[in-house]
Ligand binder design. Sequence first.
Ligand code: ADP
Ligand code: MG
Length: 605
Amino acid sequence: MGIIRELSEQLANRIAAGEVVERPASVVKELVENAIDAGATKVDVDLQEAGIRLIKVRDNGHGFHEEDAARAFLRHATSKIRDEHDLFRIRTLGFRGEALASIASVSHVSLKSKRADEDGFEMTLEGGVVTATNPAATNVGTEIAVSQLFFNTPARLKYLKTSATELASITDTLNRLALSHPEIRFTVFHEEKELLRTNGNGDLKQVMLAIYGRQVAAQIVTASSKTNDYMLSAHLVRPEVTRSNKQYVTLILNGRSIKNFALTQSVLEGYHTLLPIGRYPIAVLEVKMDPMLIDVNVHPTKREVRLSKEKELCQLIRETVQLTLREQCLIPSVKQEPKPKHVTPSEQSKLDFSMESQPKQADTLEWNYPIPRERKESLTSPSQWNPAPLVHEPEPEMLQQEQVEEPVRQSERLPALDVIGQLHSSYIICGAEDGMYVMDQHAAQERIKYELFYEQLGRPEKEYQLLLIPLTLEFTQEETLAIEEVLPLLADAGITLEPFGGNTFLVREIPTWYPQHDLEGTIRDLVEMAIQQRSIDIAKYREEVSILMACKRSIKANHPLNMEMMRQLIDDLSRTTSPFTCPHGRPILVKWSTYELEKLFKRVM
Ligand code: ADP
Ligand code: MG
């Protein structure tokens, strides 16, 4: 007797569900995408216990024909005509009408639906088996309620993370869907608590406002650009607001949220030196392109997408982001709190030199600047000082869902600064027409040197100086092998390593502008950076080299300067392209406006 048997439909669906329905967020994604495909302009999501107890999605789309309903829960049942070159289809290809069947096989489902010209009905299923169908009074559209998810697959249920993690994953999924569809009105509730509400007016900024809050939304700058193959529209949150991971960079390709490492990386490179190390921006980038340029050969359940002209798009993104941000002024300013509040010493040290534009829980950036504590206190001793960015912050009542304030744009020019003096051999105090500025001398010099070195590195002809005694450098075997590969990168940075037997190399000459002290250390750093970044392009390497050298060569804090030197520094700084942040993303200037000073002295109210 043979032992091979055909699997029952239910069992086959349950096995398929293992691939399609990984966690509650996957169910949410499939149901909401179906609603969008049904032409909905309004989608309401209700959740209980992070979706495990209940996921209910209601839409005002075209609805089901009653006779189609049972069929829709069979595997490979679909009403959608597929074109495999369309991105939307690529994503659903793997499901091929499997989503509803898979979801139903591992849960209890209740479907209520009505088409405009037909009667409404209700259908219930348990583990994929229809248990009842009845007429029902309901509005045009569809409501699908999925309850007791994974009730018959205990292993899957056990594998779920904590409900906080599952809910976070659902929220991320829904945020991305909302960002991809500003024209759809979304509401999301978890156990009666509202998680998201968008107004569906088609304005992406409004969706960002709904997701990230008004303080973030007030910092959005927009840009658009295109090449022959791509159209890009970018919504960038200015770098005063950052996050601790890359998840807040959203890529939307032809109306679908996607994942792509190289494109995300290009966004980060565009922000680059404006962000502190280890911090990431909030940004939404929409790309429109010919679907033919999308590589279809990618696992369909993943959001990961590959493009055939990816480099071109990366460059477009990097340059657009960089240019847009460069046009913005980035001076943080010190603003007085309306009501003095008590600040503990530990809070005080956090407030100093921070540019927090919003409350703590909003995960804004903190500038951890290494200044000895006593100095910090003397600089910002009035405890009611509360530093805040210079951007105009709209009054709460001015900013409803319907409008988002444009941040005040400023040209990236230094105001005319008169040097008053130096504080603690580290800060330059300046007067200007509109108030008082304090400049961090080390950060200022880093910016100046950085731009200088970057420019020098970009020159095709470099001026070299011969070393009196060639430098002998010994590397490990592993490094020696890797060095072969990075010789062009090193040559671009002006370093020629001449093999000298074994793992030893000679350096005979260096560019004239190289830092003189700790030459060996500098060259070792350059080699190490080159090895680490083998695959990275020359422009990126140049930037890294410039940052490294600028830091090495800049005057440190704790260095007395005379008036002449301070004026020179300001003059040099005013010639840079980004005079407000150092290459590591820290602020160079902090401002107290005349008004704020007068307020402090109670001359104005
Ligand atoms: P697919 O979306 O790949 O076609 P699904 O299993 O997700 O497969 O859905 C099966 C079919 O059920 C769809 O092709 C569509 O005809 C119908 N359907 C699903 N959800 C809805 C909805 N919210 N409104 C109207 N029709 C729907
Ligand atoms: Mg579907």
